[in-house]
Design a protein around this ligand. Structure first.
Ligand SMILES: Nc1ncnc2c1ncn2[C@@H]1O[C@H](COP(=O)(O)OP(=O)(O)OP(=O)(O)O)[C@@H](O)[C@H]1O
Ligand SMILES: [Mg+2]
Length: 418
């Protein structure tokens, strides 16, 4: 059996829709896709001008979004009031319309022609809809009477669907981008505020600590034991507050992008020497062996020493804090042909529950609940270490088993480059 012949008018629609879907598959900006489709369609209809008008969501008026034809430039500055002209009627009623002779059409407004000098005789206009909401209209115009038929209206209606979707998508993308920018700005403001606040808080806490030291040292008179005990408690708490504020300051400075990299050449061994006494102090009274091993000669580092020191100190201090017996082994070696150094911090401490491992680098996360916590700290050390490592283009990985211990593997590029 022979296939039914396809009527000419639907052949046109199919041709246009096929061209449109080809265009949509290209990397062309969507305004150009729409303009090309409209140019193609109006040429097929023998129209002299075509335009796409969008409804302004707030005022309800219509403005020219795309205009093609000899008067296109002038049209861009014109706004139609709600319901004004044929476009206004279609945008309000949602009904497609063909006007064969505008002189016999009461809804036609001469205002646009008066501005542009174009002499419109006939119009075809269809609504642009997304999910029943009217977004605007597509209109083609001609200087000839009776230039358009109902079939032309079908062709216009066929492109109106995909065009409306493209416009709505672009609007949604703009909205999301705007929101993202706003959120980013709000986040930055918050971080800057925190950085300033914590910086300001450090000064009074330091003054409190200084004065407590003076009192405890007996420089302003002898104290009895009870007075000394309560001052010591105050001193300990002020010290903790200072640590917290300093950690918060570090974190918020990184978040606010207020950190600069200060490059210098140094040896990792020196960093260790500067820290070792503090670690040993933290281990006093515990039966834990602390060792530092260099597996192969290390290259000198050219990066930010203060940050490397802070990273190492946060990770080793955790091992010191969470290990009550056994050993803490810190071993280092050059890797990737000396382009990076690796520091492995291995302890035989309490270990980290596997369900908690994914969160340890997030701020304020601690395996122990705040009521059962016996180790002190606020849960900022690892998040700071990780962020500092990111700044230096380094990495950190962790393996741990509850009851057996934890291993933190840090890798830092030998030479920092931006
Ligand atoms: N070596 C380790 N052994 C066992 N648990 C660890 C170890 N390192 C980190 N953790 C777990 O990860 C949590 C987060 O560590 P992080 O250093 O960020 O905070 P913190 O040590 O509790 O407090 P802060 O470092 O701010 O003083 C710790 O509370 C602990 O539960
Ligand atoms: Mg810590």
């Amino acid at each position: 059996m022979r296939p039914e012949p396809v009527p000419l008018e639907s052949e046109n629609e199919i041709q246009i829709l096929a061209a449109l879907s080809d265009l949509m598959g290209t990397s062309m900006p969507f305004e150009q896709v729409i303009a090309t489709a409209m140019r193609f369609t109006s040429a097929m209809m023998g129209a002299e001008g075509s335009s796409l008008l969008l409804v302004n969501r707030r005022e309800g008026n219509l403005s020219f979004y795309i205009a093609l034809g000899e008067k296109a430039e002038q049209l861009k500055n014109i706004t139609l009031a709600q319901g004004e002209g044929i476009a206004g009627f279609v945008a309000q009623s949602g009904l497609p319309i063909v006007v064969s002779d505008v002189r016999r059409e009461l809804r036609f407004s001469r205002r646009v022609d008066q501005v542009t000098g174009f002499e419109t005789r006939s119009i075809a206009c269809v609504p642009l809809r997304v999910r029943e909401e009217l977004k605007g209209v597509i209109e083609v115009v001609s200087k000839r009477i009776g230039a358009f038929s109902d079939k032309d209206l079908d062709v216009l209606t066929a492109i109106a669907g995909p065009v409306a979707v493209m416009i709505e998508n672009a609007r949604l993308i703009d909205e999301v981008k705007g929101l993202h920018d706003k959120l980013e700005k709000a986040g930055r403001l918050k971080a800057e505020f925190l950085a300033t606040m914590t910086h300001e808080l450090r000064t009074p806490i330091n003054i409190v600590i200084g004065n407590l030291d003076i009192l405890l040292g007996g420089f302003v008179g002898e104290l009895n034991d009870r007075q000394k005990e309560s001052l010591k408690t105050a001193l300990r708490n002020s010290g903790e507050a200072l640590n917290l504020v300093s950690s918060l300051l570090d974190l918020s400075r990184i978040e606010a992008g207020q950190f600069v990299i200060r490059m210098e050449e140094f040896r990792l061994e020196d960093v260790w020497t500067e820290l070792e006494m503090l670690f040993r102090l933290g281990l006093s009274g515990k039966n834990v062996e602390l060792s530092w091993e260099i597996q192969a000669p290390l290259p000198a580092l050219q990066t930010d020493k203060i940050k490397v020191k802070e990273i190492l100190s946060n990770i080793v201090f955790n091992a010191v804090k969470f290990t009550d017996r056994g050993r803490i082994q810190v071993s280092t070696a050059p890797v990737r042909g000396g382009d990076e150094v690796e520091v492995v911090v291995q302890d035989t401490g309490v270990g980290i529950p596997s369900e908690f491992l994914p969160f340890i680098f997030e701020p304020f996360r601690q395996a122990e609940g705040s009521f059962t916590r016996s180790h002190g700290g606020v849960g900022l050390g690892l998040s700071i270490a990780k962020r500092l490592l990111n700044l230096l283009h380094g990495r950190v990985e962790v393996e741990s088993e509850v009851g057996k211990g934890s291993t933190f593997r840090i890798t830092i590029p030998t030479k920092y480059s931006a």
